[in-house]
Write a protein that binds this ligand. Structure first.
Ligand SMILES: Nc1ncnc2c1ncn2[C@@H]1O[C@H](COP(=O)(O)OP(=O)(O)O)[C@@H](O)[C@H]1O
Ligand SMILES: [Mg+2]
Length: 227
């Protein structure tokens, strides 16, 4: 079974002047278990929109999006949310941490949403923090962490559910080059170890070169880059 199977996927957005923006245009994409795929492309080319469709946060207007064997258009919003909460880890450029919670509570949050009991949440949260090298920073406030550390917390939060698919949307965009490469190393290593599939949106050619396959997105169209 493929982890991701997109066929002729399209998504437009209306604009005030009446001409639709074609954000995703006829995208075909197949990703197998454990594959690491990089997506490059200029700002506005549709990368985030595509990840939103894969996450089931948004629905395609045309074509089919299958994730982990589910045609997302056939799931209810609650079923899509459940699939996301239990099987898909998402890492954001802006980290997406909650400032009023400490590192451990941020990491454990997806488990709360999934109804995991408190003891188990704390244990799995600590293990996820340890796996990103922050085992001793669980009680740190978000504002006490560096950018690189914040993104490690973001990765631990994505990993805590043991996801089958990780969607990372420019996760190093707010980090310096060294921290950025450390974050991609960490993601690639964790994904390889856990057998999860990874889609990494990045502007960094060094990071993209680590992927099994590279794609380029332009005006909503996705094309594989010959390696
Ligand atoms: N919710 C939205 N409403 C209207 N237009 C949108 C929306 N989301 C994205 N777009 C437009 O779709 C295009 C692709 O955006 P996006 O997927 O964010 O690109 P990227 O992530 O590659 O920078 C852009 O023209 C953007 O303005
Ligand atoms: Mg984007």
């Amino acid at each position: 079974m493929s982890i991701v199977e997109c066929r002729s996927v399209g998504r437009r957005f209306p604009t005030p002047d009446g001409v639709d923006v074609v954000a995703v245009d006829g995208v075909d994409l197949t990703i197998g278990r454990g594959e690491f795929v990089a997506v490059e492309g200029p700002s506005g080319s549709g990368k985030t929109t595509l990840l939103g469709l894969l996450a089931g946060l948004d629905l395609a207007e045309s074509g089919t999006v299958e994730v982990l064997g589910h045609d997302l258009s056939r799931l209810s919003p609650a079923e899509r949310a459940r699939l996301r909460q239990t099987r898909v880890g998402i890492v954001f450029q802006t980290f997406g941490l909650i400032a009023s919670l400490d590192a451990l509570d941020n990491v454990a949050l997806p488990l709360s949403l999934a109804g995991v009991p408190a003891d188990e949440r704390a244990e799995r949260g600590r293990a996820a923090l340890t796996s990103v090298g922050l085992g001793d920073r669980g009680r740190a406030r978000v504002d006490e962490l560096s950018g690189g550390e914040r993104q490690r917390v973001g990765i631990a939060r994505a990993l805590v559910i043991a996801p089958s698919l990780i969607l990372a949307d420019e996760p190093t965009g707010n980090l310096d080059e060294r921290q950025g490469h450390e974050i991609v190393d960490l993601l690639a290593e964790r994904v390889a170890r856990a057998g999860a599939s990874l889609i990494l949106v990045t502007h960094d050619p060094v990071s993209a070169a680590r992927a099994d396959r590279r794609y380029h997105m332009l005006d909503g169209r996705l094309a594989e880059v010959a390696s």
